[in-house]
Design a protein around this ligand. Structure first.
Ligand code: ADP
Ligand code: MG
Length: 338
């Protein structure tokens, strides 16, 4: 046996595999970058479930010409300076891996302009090999065009599901991003058809309506709690709009969509006395927890998180929701009763 150090191209492809599992992950990473860049309008267009074509357009800060190549270098980020900053991360990104990873496994074009420049830049990078930077006229902000994802990693390409299924995953991730940022207007266009358009007026209930429609929106209870360990705001569905699966349990921590068994259990336990077996609640909850009480750096896709005081958190959430459900008005809304 002989040990060799892998070349950078191979390293990049391995790293890309952790972050970019499927088209949905590209959308998630790039839209999170748009959010971090202060955009208030984000458009996602896809074809063929994102496999052949994805375009993500934002009106955020843009990237300076001199920073472009660096932005595509692994572990290059403008969001943290060192390990100590990890304790208080407030941006969605911080690992500096997304652009390098996406570029390693696709044909990518980026057009970007910062406000104070008159012209922008177009940059092309193909399977991690950068091609060219040229000046172009373009609006403020950044557009990414990703073509032929995984064209150079056939094994991964083979694992993708049908166009329709992949498009569905992308739609769900955009819905979650819209719910986590009601102040941003999101548009999702699949095969030329607008599937979702949120107003971005900052009103969470309006965003819920734009995604889920009337039945759910007219059966919501407001949640608003300030406690020592966290603040909770948002909406929970009355038991009457319970669903057959967990897909309608949405929650965000400091603006980030994550999955947490603790939080799921707290929510589901609180609903138990009010719902039948195998029915799951509808929720859109925003938690604000001081960044020093959580660790977001435990998962490459940043979907998991650790809490320093899990028990208290569980109790706070459980009590908050049980309380709200117990005091809901028992007069059903006749027009929307199931
Ligand atoms: P991270 O988000 O962890 O910093 P990324 O690889 O996703 O790493 O992005 C690298 C850098 O490129 C970011 O830190 C940011 O400075 C810049 N960047 C990426 N996307 C955008 C965008 N849409 N608008 C402005 N800057 C961006
Ligand atoms: Mg990022």
């Amino acid at each position: 046996m002989s040990i060799i150090l892998l070349d950078q191209d191979t390293i990049n492809k391995i790293a890309a595999g952790e972050v970019i599992e499927r088209p949905m992950a590209v959308v998630k990473e790039l839209v999170e970058n748009s959010i971090d860049a202060g955009a208030n309008m984000v458009t996602v267009e896809i074809k063929d479930g994102g496999k052949s074509f994805m375009r993500i357009t934002d009106n955020g800060s843009g990237i300076e010409r001199d920073d472009i190549e660096l932005a595509f270098t692994p572990h290059a980020t403008s969001k943290i300076k060192g390990a100590t900053d990890l304790l208080g991360v407030s941006t969605l990104g911080f690992r500096g891996e997304a652009l390098a990873s996406v570029a390693a496994v696709s044909q990518l074009e980026m057009i970007t302009k910062v406000k104070r420049e008159d012209v922008g830049c177009r940059y092309r990078i193909d399977g991690g090999e950068s091609k060219e930077i040229e000046q172009v006229g373009c609006p403020d902000g950044t557009t990414f065009i990703i073509q032929n994802l995984f064209y150079n990693t056939p094994a991964r390409l083979k694992f993708l599901k049908s166009h329709q299924t992949e498009a569905g995953y992308i739609g769900s991730v955009i819905e979650r991003l819209s719910l986590s940022h009601p102040e941003i207007s999101f548009r999702f266009i699949n095969q030329g058809q607008t599937k979702l358009h949120t107003s971005g007026n900052g009103n969470l209930k309006d965003t819920i309506y734009q995604i889920y429609g009337r039945d759910i929106t007219s059966n919501l209870l407001t949640v608003d709690l300030t406690s020592e360990i966290c603040n909770i705001g948002g909406f929970i569905g009355k038991p009457v709009v319970s669903r057959g699966n967990r897909a309608y349990i949405n929650y965000f921590i400091n603006g980030r969509y994550i999955k947490s068994n603790i939080i799921n259990r707290a929510i589901e336990e609180a609903y138990k006395p009010f719902t039948m077996q195998h029915r799951y609640p509808f929720t859109v909850l925003h938690f604000h927890i001081e960044p020093e009480f959580i660790d977001v750096n435990v998962h490459p896709q940043k979907m998991e998180i650790r809490f320093t005081n899990e028990r208290e958190l569980y109790k706070t959430i459980y009590e908050c929701i049980s309380d709200r459900l117990a005091h809901r008005e028992f007069i059903p809304d006749v027009t929307f009763e199931e």
